[in-house]
Write a protein that binds this ligand. Structure first.
Ligand code: CMP
Length: 140
């Protein structure tokens, strides 16, 4: 498997509890390199644009209100099989279903306040990275 890049985002429930370093330690321990990172506070409109694919879901307003309720940390991760590896380190969307040792099992509060987001495929990864970062900001 080739070296891949993926988009990762530490959510407001985690930044509020000062968990950025603890989450980054888990990503790095899994062999993922943080090759870009910035802390931002999204507006509701920006969160709605980022999560536009979920616009028709019943939780869309809850999701975008939460994602604009406090700072997030936007990241680009690089490594072998980075998209799948990041999803493995994050654990299942619902922390109740997440495997022991995963970020969501250890830190997530609920299915909505689940501490991290990670791209689910190669096309999404490209789009999500481009949403947050210019080429100059990514230092591999
Ligand atoms: P994420 O990987 O950021 O992608 C979409 C998000 O929607 C997901 O993580 C969850 O945090 C959120 N989500 C999914 N299902 C629900 C739900 N039933 N209620 C609230 N939020 C949800």
């Amino acid at each position: 498997m080739a070296i891949q890049r993926t988009y990762s985002m530490i959510k407001p429930d985690a930044t509020a509890r000062n968990l950025t370093g603890a989450i980054n330690a888990k990503l790095e321990a899994a062999g993922l390199r943080i090759i870009a990172q910035k802390r931002l506070w999204l507006s509701k409109a920006q969160a709605e644009r980022f999560y536009a694919v979920h616009r028709e879901r019943p939780f869309f307003d809850e999701l975008t209100s939460f994602m604009s309720s406090g700072p997030i940390v936007a990241q680009v991760l690089e490594g072998e099989n980075a998209i799948a590896k990041n999803r493995e380190v994050m654990g299942a969307t619902n922390p109740a279903d997440a495997a022991p040792g995963t970020i969501r099992k250890e830190f997530a509060l609920s299915i909505g306040e689940n501490s991290v987001h990670g791209s689910d495929g190669e096309d999404t990864a490209k789009e999500e990275i481009a949403f947050f970062f210019s080429g100059l900001e990514i230092v591999g």
